[in-house]
Design a binder for this molecule. Structure first.
Ligand code: PLP
Length: 408
């Protein structure tokens, strides 16, 4: 009789996990209020009432004076890059392991993403790679907080300053994080967040750019509101020559939900951080499994997603994909990481841009190893559970290890 669930044995865990997203009467009330106000859409010419309140609260919570609500995290990056003046002929440094939007937003501006490999211990941008990648075409760096972790932000800020580059923080997965004593999003020139369904705060979709620079705030607003200046007036095409304008507005329904979600952020972050620290410690007990090393200067964080490394040589050579299927069968939701940007992105079609893109992106061995051989991801909502839930994850891996012959 087999033991492993994938072979017909009894799953280690047959109960569910915390549901996501979380809502209660407060979201219902907030939605009803917007419905009855008849102000449903994005504010035209100025932020709508719920947007304005959310922009102020969210930006202040993350150490910034200004916030500009937009329709998604991808759009937040596009708007921030445009506001920074990024366009055709420019290069923007991005990490290999991130969601593709980090790279596709660069391509949307006509610039070239220069994809830099990650650090093997953190899976975040490797600083040495950033330094090597800077040329006189480099205009900006997008640093990403991935896997509840951070690249060395002190070094990235230094490199951006020394080379006169705009630093955009992709905080799509990093609501509430703090680097030393600074909230993320306030460390560089602009911080971009996502409120898509799976994120720590969600309105189904949505995004925001935050900044302490009033000029960036004004231009970001104008880009997302068809050229309208917040507080009066309209930019005409040609005044800022590099820009076009879009409707990237957020609705009042989204902003109203997000105001409530912000109230839950602190408490949820604490639970997720405690559980992920506990899980990391316990995973260290398991041969062949290595949790990521969280940068100790990242003092507040939560996993999106949680990642650990699987070493097949301790599991009789069973490939990553098979191990993941077996873990899922035991009742643990998990997956591989997304393909690195240089594999996932569609290169630009313009022949000159294509040539530059190919010349500047020649592979990232550490990210490739993570994707093909070793990285296992666990979704954020698992970490809203209990220590016993974390124990189940560890016990499921140990069970697979003990019965690995069943997978051969
Ligand atoms: C790191 C990162 N950047 C950008 C985005 C894009 O956000 P959105 O899905 O809201 O467009 C995501 C979303 O998954 C992300 O994880």
């Amino acid at each position: 009789m087999p033991s492993l669930a994938i072979r017909g044995g009894r799953p280690l865990r047959d109960k569910g996990w915390p549901s996501w997203p979380i809502y209660d009467e407060r979201e219902l009330k907030a939605l009803e209020e917007v419905l009855k106000s008849r102000f449903w859409g994005g504010g035209v010419g100025k932020s709508g009432p719920k947007e304005r309140e959310f922009e102020e609260k969210f930006a202040n919570y993350h150490g910034c004076r200004y916030g500009v609500c937009v329709s998604s995290g991808t759009v937040a990056l596009h708007v921030a890059l445009l506001a920074a003046g990024v366009g055709p002929g420019d290069e923007v440094i991005v990490p290999a392991l991130t969601f593709w939007a980090t790279g596709s937003a660069v391509l949307m501006t006509g610039a070239i993403p220069v994809i830099v490999d990650v650090d093997p211990n953190t899976y975040c941008l490797a600083v040495e790679g950033v330094e090597d990648a800077i040329t006189d075409r480099t205009k900006a760096i997008i640093s990403v907080y991935n896997y509840g972790n951070a690249p060395d932000m002190d070094e990235i800020v230094r490199l951006a300053k020394e080379n006169d580059l705009v630093l955009i923080e992709d905080c799509a997965r990093a609501h509430g994080f703090v680097w030393r004593d600074k909230p993320v999003g306030s460390i560089g020139d602009m911080g971009c967040f996502s409120f898509q369904q799976g994120k720590f705060m969600t309105a189904g979709e949505g995004g925001i750019v935050i900044t302490n620079n009033p000029m960036y705030a004004e231009i970001c607003h104008a880009i997302k509101d068809c050229g309208r200046i917040r507080g009066g007036g309209v930019y005409r095409i040609g005044i800022l020559k590099w820009l076009n304008w879009y409707n990237y507005r957020m609705t009042q329904f989204q902003a109203a939900i997000l105001l409530v979600q912000l109230e839950r952020l602190e408490e949820q972050l604490k639970i997720r951080q405690e559980n992920s620290e506990y899980l990391s410690k316990r995973l260290e007990e398991v041969e062949g499994i290595t949790p990521l090393r969280i940068n100790p200067r990242l003092t507040r964080y939560q996993p999106w997603p949680f990642a650990f490394k699987y070493d097949a040589s301790y599991f009789k050579g069973v490939p990553l994909e098979r191990f993941i299927e077996a873990l899922r069968a035991e009742g643990i939701p998990c997956s591989r990481t997304e393909p690195p940007l240089h594999i996932a992105l569609v290169p630009p079609r313009d022949p000159k841009a294509y040539e530059l893109y190919v010349r500047r992106n020649r592979g990232c061995p550490i990210a490739e190893k993570a994707y093909y051989e070793e990285a296992v991801e666990l979704p954020q909502y698992l970490f809203l559970g209990t220590k016993e839930d974390m124990d189940d994850i560890v016990e499921a891996i140990i069970k697979i290890h003990k019965n690995i012959d069943e997978l051969l």
